[in-house]
Design a protein around this ligand. Structure first.
Ligand code: PMP
Length: 432
């Protein structure tokens, strides 16, 4: 039976799909992650916030009061642009990163993930170029692929995106007749690279984008989670016309409410609201009001401070464990956020090694997930946000056993690889 016939037998609608749906494929590593979620596996894979660090009883009381006292609104449809009171509070949150916006400029979304999708919907025709960092957030790559964008990676170093490389890339693409629509960037505590765009580079990136007429999509879910430093000014604070800024309550509070936001230039904001109404009518009133009352009645800044302490402890645990157990690898030391980006010893392939790692009861995300062009097999992303420091140390110990065994194999058989081929696929939320 040919592959096609087989496909038709399994899915009678195969001939009916839009071309963008044909590009959607579950990752071959997805099945592994079902196993990775078992309690005996230390998962250094998922970017899941440490929810147990929240005052759950207090949040439960808030939710109960919300439904009893304001249920008629909380359980009703709401505004497509989002709850006005919450938008006013979001304006206050953004002041921490130097952004001065008006509540009218804010669009509340179902997580910042929906905001990435909305921006892509309103700007990207198939074949238009989106520039991203190398590597880039897997969930955004999935959106760009779904919209049939031409995704081009630009290198980073320890200070984030390299301005000269960005300039050269845009110049080259334009000379080749391509339409470069926007730069998607995660400036703070990058997912997956763990690096932060330096203060000095921020105005340079903004200026290069302005000169080339390229919009910046600044995705900043981790900006308030610096371990030792105060937040850096957002690029949006440097340019109101050239930057769409995305924020989220997923990492500073809780992802289960699914509340994020976009701040956009006025005309763009109107299109975003129309696109969002077409997609979801309106964001959840109950979720927005829960967040709003959390911000109004809880010490949310104190909670962020406590998250920073907890995540710093975990960052220290993972870095110390890497130094002790996998000295042949190299890694970034993040100053905030959830991730370190590990380069494996020469000849090792993170994707082909993953089944053996899961068998050894440790999981990670292979670097290939964060590229559209087949690169990344020599890297892995390790998340330190969820397991306790003790579990992190145990996970790295297990990983070291797998790495050592692979290094022996490479010595005997040469590079054992699974390079190239399919890279990005639609991430399961526990990987994103
Ligand atoms: N952007 C980045 C860089 C992320 O890491 C994530 C979540 N892992 C998101 C966006 C999506 O977050 P949410 O939709 O929960 O706001």
């Amino acid at each position: 039976m040919s592959g096609d016939t087989e496909g038709t037998r399994l899915d009678p609608w195969l001939d009916s799909y839009a071309s963008r749906a044909l590009a959607m494929r579950a990752s071959e590593i997805r099945a592994l992650f079902a196993v990775a979620n078992r309690p005996e596996v230390v998962s250094l894979a998922g970017g899941m916030p440490y929810i147990a660090g929240l005052p759950l009883e207090e949040i439960a009381d808030t939710m109960r009061r919300l439904i009893v006292e304001r249920g008629a609104t909380a359980l009703q449809y709401g505004s497509g642009q989002g709850d006005e009171e919450l938008r006013e509070q979001i304006v206050e949150v953004m002041k921490l990163e130097g952004i001065h916006a008006h509540p009218d400029d804010v669009v509340v979304t179902t997580g910042s993930q929906q905001a990435v999708d909305l921006v892509t919907t309103i700007f990207i025709n198939p074949g238009d170029v989106v520039i991203v960092e190398a590597p880039s957030y897997v969930g955004a790559l999935g959106v760009f692929r779904a919209h049939e964008a031409d995704v081009v990676h630009v290198p980073m170093d320890e200070d984030g995106l390299i301005p000269e490389s960005l300039d050269e890339t845009i110049t080259r693409l334009k000379a080749a007749g391509k339409r470069v629509k926007f730069l998607y960037t995660v400036p703070n505590f990058h997912n997956p690279a763990g690096v932060t765009l330096s203060l000095e580079r921020r105005p340079k990136i903004v200026e290069i984008a302005r000169r080339h007429g390229v919009l910046i999509l600044e995705d900043n879910p981790y900006g308030l989670l610096g371990f030792d430093s105060e937040p850096l000014p957002a690029m949006r604070s440097l340019s109101e016309d050239g930057v769409i800024y995305l924020g989220s309550f997923s990492k500073t509070f809780a992802p289960g409410f699914r509340v994020g936001w976009a701040v956009a230039p006025h005309a763009v904001r109107e299109k975003l609201v129309l696109a969002s109404e077409a997609a979801i009518l309106c964001p959840s009133n109950a979720s927005q009001m829960a967040i709003s009352s959390y911000l109004a009645h809880h010490d949310w800044l104190g909670q962020i401070k406590s998250f920073r302490v907890q995540y710093r402890e975990r960052r220290d645990a993972i870095i110390e464990a890497l130094e002790e157990h996998i000295p042949a690898a190299t890694w970034t030391v993040p100053a905030g956020g959830f991730y370190t980006w590990v380069r494996l010893p020469e000849g090792l392939d993170a994707k082909s090694m993953l089944p053996r790692a899961v068998t050894a009861r440790v999981a990670y995300v292979p670097g290939t997930a964060f590229y559209m062009d087949g690169r990344g097999a020599d890297h892995m992303r390790l998340s330190f946000c969820y397991p306790t420091p003790e579990r992190i140390r145990e996970g790295v110990r297990r990983l070291a056993g797998v790495v050592d065994a692979e290094m022996e194999l490479v010595k005997i058989f040469g590079t054992g690889t699974d390079r190239g081929g399919e890279t990005v696929s639609f991430p399961s939320p526990d990987v994103a």
